[in-house]
Design a binder for this molecule. Structure first.
Ligand SMILES: [Ca+2]
Ligand SMILES: [Ca+2]
Ligand SMILES: [Ca+2]
Length: 219
């Protein structure tokens, strides 16, 4: 820390600092995933599981306009049985509203649920499964966290381009450099040179094609 990249990698918000902390805590337990390829092999299962969140989404999108507003999100957090302050919920809302249209669309909601899962101190408290009726959701989130832990070699809570190159190298790709660069650029949404867990999740929803689902826009 404190090197040339120190500024880039320091968390911007309290929420992000909390996420980094939670990720580091989780990383200390190791990961069940062995390679980048095995993450890719899990895509179909992850895809299925995330799509099942659509029912939860619709339940909280009370006015059925295809997006969850701040008030609806507060009810959702309450229903999930999580204790977040108003400020934390507002921060989560802003963090997940990646296209800044003041509403949480389906792909943004999936990211939200997974962030809530990570931020919970005790995963057992996360009652989405029992309350929301989505089977294997926790297992899916656990896989996503595991995947991030695998990529974040130095366990600083962010994935750097070098770490991405390393992960793809280890999976035995011949032209790992260009593939890693492409994947990295797809993930680094704000182009600041490092990938946060949130950015990783957004990339994932794109890779498995979740974004198409919640999109009721004209185009
Ligand atoms: Ca949005
Ligand atoms: Ca890292
Ligand atoms: Ca970034």
């Amino acid at each position: 820390m404190g090197g040339a990249l120190g500024k880039l990698e320091s968390p911007e918000t309290k929420l992000e600092a909390k996420m980094v902390e939670a990720m580091q805590r989780r990383a200390s337990k190791g990961t069940a995933i062995k390679s980048f390829n095995s993450i890719i092999l899990k895509f179909p299962k992850i895809d299925d599981s995330l799509r099942n969140c659509k029912a939860i989404f619709e339940q909280f999108d009370e006015d059925s306009n295809g997006a969850i507003d701040n008030e609806e999100l507060k009810k959702c957090v309450h229903k999930l049985g999580v204790c977040f302050t108003e400020e934390e919920i507002d921060d989560l809302f802003k963090a997940c509203d990646i296209n800044e249209d003041m509403g949480i669309k389906f792909n943004e909601f999936v990211v939200f649920l997974c962030l809530v899962y990570l931020l919970k101190d005790d995963a057992m408290e996360f009652e989405a499964k029992s309350r929301m009726g989505v089977p294997n959701l926790e297992a899916t989130f656990e896989t996503l966290v595991d995947a991030f832990v695998l990529l974040d070699k130095n366990k600083d809570g962010y994935v750097s381009k070098n770490e991405m190159v390393q992960a793809i190298n280890e999976s035995g790709e011949h032209s790992s450099g260009p593939i890693a660069t492409k994947r990295f650029e797809e993930m680094d949404w704000d182009k600041n040179g490092s990938v946060s867990f949130k950015e990783f999740l957004f990339a994932f929803t794109t890779w498995v094609g979740i974004e198409d689902l919640g999109d009721d826009d004209q185009q």
